[in-house]
Design a protein around this ligand. Sequence first.
Ligand SMILES: [Ca+2]
Ligand SMILES: [Ca+2]
Ligand SMILES: [Ca+2]
Length: 231
Amino acid sequence: MNRTNVIRPVIVFATLVTTTFAQSNIDPARKRAWCENLGWTNWRDAGLPAGAQGVLIHDTFLSGWLWAENAGWIRVGNGAPANTVAYANADASDYGINIAPDGTLHGRAWSENIAWINFDAGASATPPQPARIDCSGRLNGFAWAENTGWLNLSATPTGKFVALQPSAVPLRCDVNLDGVKNGLDVQAFVATLAQGGANWRVNCAGDVEPTPDRSVDLGDVPAFVACLLGP
Ligand SMILES: [Ca+2]
Ligand SMILES: [Ca+2]
Ligand SMILES: [Ca+2]
């Protein structure tokens, strides 16, 4: 590691003193992904104590920082999109990675050393490999860094992909996201059904039909009822 990389975190975090960050919700055991020319990226451990400014996966966007061995810090968003729901990505004042209701990741991350990393690029690959978060909580697909190539979120061996810590993974039928499935989820399920879906987390919790489609639709009703009445 060269001197620049040693100094950089101090500078970066000094500028963030007034910004409130929550602890990363990336799983400590599954926090690394591989980038062709950047080596390993670490999605959890930024900040002091470790993880204080690491990546946080919200309902509709990401925030925080990841570390790349050969590129230093990469920011996936400041946690405060101007419209509160999704970063506009129209300019450098409001950028970051958004999560669509189907779990696909969109938008751009920024690295001072390698510039923009495009999370929409994997969808245009052949075959398509959209960057996304699965209902299991793991990231998947590819993002593209203009100067350094593909960031691979698809490697399957444990320790080589990035995933949410287990306590943050959506629970089947817990549509109101309070951590348990019970009668209180009925109203949330019906509301989500009427709206035609919600954010990725709610859609994962409510998309319980035999062939999931990442939306809460009429096909999910029988399985949701069975799920609530079952163990
Ligand atoms: Ca619930
Ligand atoms: Ca469905
Ligand atoms: Ca369906």
